[in-house]
Each structure stands twice: as structure tokens, then as C-alpha cells.
Write a protein that binds this ligand. Structure first.
Ligand SMILES: NC(=O)c1ccc[n+]([C@@H]2O[C@H](COP(=O)([O-])OP(=O)(O)OC[C@H]3O[C@@H](n4cnc5c(N)ncnc54)[C@H](OP(=O)(O)O)[C@@H]3O)[C@@H](O)[C@H]2O)c1
Length: 343
């Protein structure tokens, strides 16, 4: 266990060559802090599907190595460089995934600032960040909860922002992964009606215990896009689409006339032909979602502060050296909501 203020030795993991089994573990002594950086003792991280792809080399096989993976982290500021005015020692902070995107529309070049690849991420007990890579954690949540917000939480938040009027509206969530269960909490806080799909009846029961109004097993009910209409006869106002081409046509079927699809992920990418005619005949708005800007994150953090609603943590590991087990669980798809490692 590290003391909060005096850090002598710490552990970090780096991608030196791609492959989930190839993460390289290093002991290190943090050197002098650069004047424009903030030193953070990491207390918790959470995993995202992107982290797995990044480590495997599937996200960007040409990425320059070594890189410290993992975008999501939360911790305590132990030291600030002499030029830093935004934070002070003792602040509880979390990471912003795309720090180069302050507000408005995304601009060219922002991806080069993304934490967890190509910029260094959080799989290190001690990390030095630029101030723009951090925001303060709301006082009412834990480090573990905070570590679920930067990617899954913010992405779900932005998907739901596509509906200007939320109360009473219907939303369909695909699967019980990190983004979908983050969206479940946000949707219920806005008094929306929630349908959710899963490959597992047990996970559907857990989602219903968290507030989902109805559930469908997408393995048993292959035409779930039509089946969802037994709950919402006119179709859903918003579908949070995480599957990609393997689920998109069903999502279109599930959507009401003039409804919206927030296009987020490609978990079920099959190369299946998309029925574009149906999209236009139903006048569906398809919105591509890229996590979110720092400004959007600040809005989301205000919501978290007011409601205490954070993404569901389904499984928690203790200690940075649990990373291999945590990645294996993510890859298996057996998880429910977010996987967190506390340090
Ligand atoms: N655009 C962005 O900014 C952004 C941000 C975050 C994530 N993403 C992407 O969004 C996707 C979801 O991310 P995540 O973090 O929520 O992933 P995750 O936690 O790994 O979610 C995995 C779950 O997705 C469900 N799933 C898999 N195949 C499915 C299918 N064919 N139909 C319905 N559900 C299916 C499964 O749920 P069950 O076990 O219940 O069946 C699985 O457990 C990923 O592709 C990720 O890369 C994009």
C-alpha cells in the first residue's frame, strides 16, 4: 500500500508489444514532477472495451509503443508542478478521455490526446497528468464510482442528451455492458421507460432489479426489434446502439417513426448489410457518439453530484496486478456493467 504523500516505489504496466498476455510490469520511482503537470496517486480504474482492443493491437496496430493503457482513472493529487493553478494537493480527481476536446464539435487532431493510447493512460499506481486531463470528482461518490464516469458514463450521458424531452420517453438498451447499464441509471433518473436486451436471463433479472421496465433475451428472440413492440407498440424513442452492423437493422425496427438511434459501438460487427431504406422511410435520426467533450463531462458531473447516479459496477478487483484477470473477464463477456480495479 502506498502512502498518499510520499511515493517511493510504484508499479506500472505498459504495452511494449501488442497482445493481452504481453503487458509489461515495471517497478519505478517517480522522478521530479514537470512544472506543468499534476501527480496523481491512482485509487481506481475501470476497463472499457477499447482498452482491450488497444492492448491487443486491434484498435491501432500502428500506435507508437510503449504506452500505458487504460483511459479511466480516479485518484488523489499528491503534488502539483509550479505552473499548475487548477488543482492542489489532496484534490480528488478523475481523468478526461479526450482532453484535447474542450467543447463544441470535435476538431481534427483531438484523437492524438486520448488517454490509454496514444497518450499514456492510468494503469500505473502513480501518473503525471496535464491539468486538462483531469477534473474534480463530485464529493458524493467513491473513487471506484468516479472511475466509471469518463468513458462509459459520459458516452451514455451524451446518447441520452439526443432526446430533448426525456420524461416518459422510451429507450432501448442493447446488452448489459458498461455503457448500457450507465444509460439505464441516467434514463431512470429522467423518468424514462427502459427496455433492455441480454444474452442471459439472469442478467436481465439483474437489470430489472436496477429499474429496467422490461427485458428481452436477444439469443432466444432473434427478431427482438419487432418483439420490443409488445412493450412499446409505437417503437422506442431512442435506441442506444452498441452492436454495430450485427444489431443495427433490429434497432431500426425497434425505433419509432421519427425516433433516434445513438450509434456508439461495434460489439456485434458482422458486416451485415444495413437497411438504409428503412432508416429513411421511418425518418430516423442516427447520431454518431464519440464519448464527449470536457464541457459535456462537466455537465454530466453536475448531474452525478445532484443525483448520485453512477454506472453499475458489476465486479471489482483489488490491486493493479489483477489487470490480467480483469481483462480476461472483459473479453469473456460474462461481466455485468463496469469492471473496476481498486488500488
Ligand atoms: N463511441 C464511443 O465513444 C464509445 C464509448 C464507449 C464504448 N464504446 C463502444 O460501445 C460498445 C459497448 O461498450 P461497453 O463498454 O458497454 O462494452 P462492454 O461492457 O464490454 O459490453 C459487453 C456487453 O455487450 C453486450 N453485447 C455483446 N454483443 C451483443 C449483441 N449482439 N447484442 C446485444 N448486446 C450485445 C453483451 O451483453 P449481455 O452479456 O447482456 O448479452 C456484453 O456483455 C463497444 O463496442 C465499445 O467499444 C464506444
Amino acid at each position: 500500500m502506498l502512502s498518499t504523500w510520499r511515493i517511493s516505489m510504484a508499479v506500472k504496466y505498459r504495452i511494449e508489444q501488442f497482445g493481452a498476455g504481453n503487458l509489461s510490469r515495471r517497478d519505478f520511482t517517480p522522478g521530479p514532477l514537470q512544472p506543468d503537470k499534476v501527480r496523481v496517486q491512482i485509487k481506481a480504474i475501470s476497463l472499457n472495451y477499447r482498452d482491450l482492443l488497444m492492448i491487443q493491437g486491434h484498435y491501432n496496430p500502428k500506435m507508437k509503443l510503449p504506452v500505458i493503457p487504460i483511459s479511466d482513472g480516479a485518484g488523489v493529487v499528491t503534488e502539483c508542478g509550479s505552473q499548475v493553478t487548477q488543482f492542489e494537493k489532496g484534490d480528488r480527481v478523475l481523468t478526461t478521455m479526450i482532453p484535447g476536446w474542450e467543447k463544441g464539435l470535435p476538431e481534427k487532431g483531438i484523437h492524438s490526446s486520448t488517454l490509454g493510447g496514444p497518450a499514456d493512460g492510468c494503469l500505473s499506481e502513480v501518473c503525471d497528468f496535464y491539468p486538462r486531463e483531469l477534473l474534480n470528482i463530485p464529493a458524493n461518490i467513491t473513487f471506484e464510482q468516479a472511475a466509471t464516469l469518463p468513458v462509459a458514463g459520459l458516452t451514455a450521458w451524451n446518447a441520452i442528451q439526443k432526446l430533448p424531452h426525456k420524461s416518459g420517453k422510451s429507450i432501448l438498451l442493447l446488452g448489459t455492458g458498461g455503457v448500457s447499464l450507465a444509460a439505464l441509471g441516467i434514463a431512470k433518473a429522467h423518468h424514462m421507460k427502459v427496455a433492455i436486451t441480454s444474452s442471459s436471463n439472469h442478467k436481465l433479472e439483474r437489470a430489472q432489479a436496477l429499474g429496467a421496465d422490461c427485458g428481452l433475451n436477444y439469443v432466444d428472440e432473434v427478431k427482438w426489434g419487432q418483439a420490443i413492440r409488445s412493450f412499446f407498440p409505437d417503437g422506442c424513442d431512442l435506441v442506444v446502439e452498441v452492436g454495430g452492423s450485427g444489431t443495427f437493422n433490429q434497432s431500426v425496427t425497434a425505433c419509432r417513426l421519427g425516433g433516434k438511434i445513438a450509434l456508439i459501438g461495434v460489439l456485434a460487427e458482422t458486416g451485415q448489410r444495413i437497411n438504409l431504406t428503412k432508416v429513411l422511410m421511418s425518418s430516423i435520426d442516427v447520431h454518431g457518439i464519440l464519448v464527449g467533450s470536457r464541457e459535456q463531462f462537466k455537465d454530466y458531473l453536475r448531474f452525478v453530484e445532484q443525483t448520485g447516479v453512477t454506472p453499475t459496477i458489476g465486479q471489482q478487483f483489488e490491486g493493479i496486478d489483477q489487470i490480467a484477470n480483469a481483462l480476461e473477464l472483459l473479453q469473456s463477456g460474462q461481466h455485468f456493467g463496469k469492471i473496476v480495479i481498486s488500488f
